[in-house]
Design a binder for this molecule. Sequence first.
Ligand code: XMP
Length: 512
Amino acid sequence: MPQTIAVLDFGSQLTQVIARRIRECEVFSKIYHYSTPAAKLREDNVVGIILSGGPQSVYSRQAPHPDRAIFDLGVPVLGICYGVQLMGQLLGGEVAHSKAREYGHGVLTVRRAGKLFAGLPRKLRVWNSHGDKLTHLPPGFRAIGTTENSPYAAIADERRGFYGIQFHPEVFHTERGVEIIRNFLLGICGASADWTTRDFITHAVENIRAQVGKGRVLLGLSGGVDSSVAAALLHKAIGRQLTCVFVDNGLLRKGERQSVEKLYGDHFHIDLRVVDASKLFLRRLKGVTEPEQKRKIIGRTFVEVFEKSLKSIGHADFLGQGTLYPDVIESVSIGGNPASLIKTHHNVGGLPERMKLKLIEPLRELFKDEVRRVGSALGLPKEVVWRQPFPGPGLGVRVMGDITAEKLDILRNADAILIEEMKRSGYYYKVWQSFCVFLPVRTVGVFGDERTYDYVIAMRIVESTDAMTADWAKLPHELLQRISSRITNEVRGVGRVVFDISSKPPATIEWE
Ligand code: XMP
C-alpha cells in the first residue's frame, strides 16, 4: 500500500469530497468505515487519519464511535465537525448538545497559525454545519482559532498531532480550505505529495501481475471510458493474457464497432473478440415498447452472449471490470444519508459468480477524473478519454416505442450528424451529453414540391456534473440550426427536428 491517509466515515455527505481533496494534494486517501480497527489502519500504511463529519449528535444513542486505539497509533488525527466533537468527548473534554445547528458562513480568526494554518491569513471565511459544540477542551489541547459563536472553532494538541476544526475545509465555501488540508497532510502527517498518475500505473501493473500470475483475464469492452481504461491498463500489465469481448448488440452508434476494432485491435494489438449478436437482440426486442422491459431483455441477452463467448474463447480465470471508487464506497448510512442510495443500475451484477470467475478491478481506487488521467497516460485518444456517457441499453432506449432496424438506422444517421457538429464546434466536450432521440410520430412537411409525412428527431443536449440533475444546454442558435437542417436534408425519413428544453428533474436525461 502507498502512504495512505484514512478518512473515517461517520456518515457525512462530504466524506467523498474530503477524499477527493486529499487526492488533489497528490496524497493517496481511502475511505474507511468508522469502526475500522486501528490494527487494520496500521497494516494499510496509514500516516494520518481524518474523522469526517456526520449527521449524529455525539449524545445520540446511535452515535457512531471509532476504535479508541486509533489515538494510540502515533499518527496525526484531524477531526472535522462531528469528528472534532468525538475527539473532544473521547479524549476527556466536554461537548454540549445544542438543538440549533450553526449553519452557513462564519469568520474564523486564527489565534495561532502553527502548522495547520501556516501561510494563511489571520481571518478566513469558513463554512459551518454543526449542532453540538465543544465547551471544555480535552487535556493537552488549546484553541488555535475562534469564530464569533465558538471559542473552540479550531483546536490542537500539537505534541500528539491531534487537530480539530468545527468548520468544513473540504467545501469551496471555505476560503483556502484545501490549503488547510494540505498543511495537515504535508506539514503535520509528513506525507509526501507523490501520488501521481505514473505512480498509480506502476503500482497497478505490479498488482495486476501479482494477482493474475499466469492466469487469463476476460474483459467486456463497451468502448466507454471505464472499460477502455481498464482494458489499456490490464493490457499493459499482462498483454496477451487479456482477452476483450465487444458485443455488438445492434444498438450502437454509427461507426462505433469499427472504431473499437481499429483502436484496440489494430492500434493496441489487444486480443479482441467482436461478437455480432445484433440479430438476436433485435429479434428479442421485436414489438417490445416498455422501457424497463427493454432494459431487462438487453441486460439478460448481454449476459447470455457474453457467457457464450467465454466458451468459444476456452478458458479464463478472471473477469476484469472497470469499477470505479464511487461505485465501491459503502457509504455509512446514518440517519438516512441519501448519498448512499445512488442508483446502481449500470453494473452487470452477478456475472462473475455465475461464470465462476474471480474479479479483477484495477480502477476500483480511482475517481472518474483520475481514470481519465490514467487513460491519457496510457495513450488512449481524447475521443475515448473524454467520451460522453452512453447508456448500456444504447439506442434501444433512444428509439421510443418498438425498435426496428429502419428506425435504428434513421436515428444512427441523425445522431452521427449531431455528434459531428458538436465536435466540430467544440461543444461536445463542454456539455455532459448530446444525442438524438427517435420519435415514432409522423408529421407533415414539404420537400421540394412534394408533401412529406415523416418521423421526428429530438435533440437532447444537457449540462450536468453527475447526471443526478441536469439542465438543457443553451447552445448558439446557429449551431442548432445547422444540426437541424443537416438532419432534415441528409437523413431520409426525418421531416422535423425538435430541441428538448426540459431540465432534470422533472425530466430524465434519457427519454426512456
Ligand atoms: P437518466 O435518464 O436517468 O440518466 O437521467 C442518467 C444517466 O444515466 C444514463 N443511463 C443509463 N446508463 N444503463 C446505463 O448504463 C441504463 O439503463 C441507463 N439509463 C440512463 C444516462 O445516459 C445518463 O448519463
